[in-house]
Design a protein around this ligand. Sequence first.
Ligand SMILES: [Zn+2]
Length: 309
Amino acid sequence: MTKNQTTLKQSLKNLLSLVSLFTLCTMTQAKELALSFDDGVNPQQNSKAVQINQQILDQLAEHQIKSIVFPSLVKFGDYQGKQLVANWGKAGHLIGNHSALHQNLNKPDTTTQAYIQSIQDADLILNTLPRYKRIYRYPFLKEGETVEKRDAVYQWLKNNQYALGGVSIDASDWFYNRKYLQYATLADTEKLLRLKQAYIWHLLNRAEYYDQLAVQTLQRSPKHVLLLHVNQINAAFLSDVVTAFKQHGWTFIPTEQAFGEPIYSLQSLNIPAGESVIWSLAKTQGKELRYPAEDAPYEIENLKQYQLD
Ligand SMILES: [Zn+2]
């Protein structure tokens, strides 16, 4: 073997090990997840509001996760609630816009004009807060039941320099929160413990489902954004949820980074428009999907698995 042949053989060997290293990296690459929290809590209606807000912020800090809150005026109330929203910005999270009235754009009695007014009203209140950004999250993830309404709001958002604050992983934390409040009132610690397991299973299951749907739709696993709320179940279990996701191969990334994914800037071509951005793309591609994508009835079976009702 000549010197040249030996060098060539060595280069080929190096190339092959590089290729296998690359394959290994892509195969074992952790799925990326960002968190987002909707609505906010109102201290005038919920005696635990301050505690709920702070416990969620503490757990995010504990895991060094930078997130975003999408507050809605009707959910957080006035001055005191606004201070709780401000705490998110002070802690380094983004603050987006989730409208003043939390209307469902898919309802025929929600007019485009009133809907846009509600976005502007929220902007006026929120734009003085630290780290407020013009990112809009549609209440209920509903983006319009007619082409006219859907496109008029998209156009208005675009003209007013708003980014879309979509989610890739939709889930029903609000349903599990309802159960949490029910068992907490009864001080049923047994049931609360089982609920924690059921809740974690639900979130992991939804995350895997939407990730697989993304792989079928986009041929890749995108930077995911999970929809959660500022509520009591997350105040109680967020740290356990984060730990469970890490154990299942997920890596947490800042939500601002996730929103850099082009999928979050896409306008839906469906009617009715909305749901998770992955669900929406799959629907456009003609995939058979349940509607709405997430809802309480789907969760009854999961509760039964954990001897809960
Ligand atoms: Zn909401």
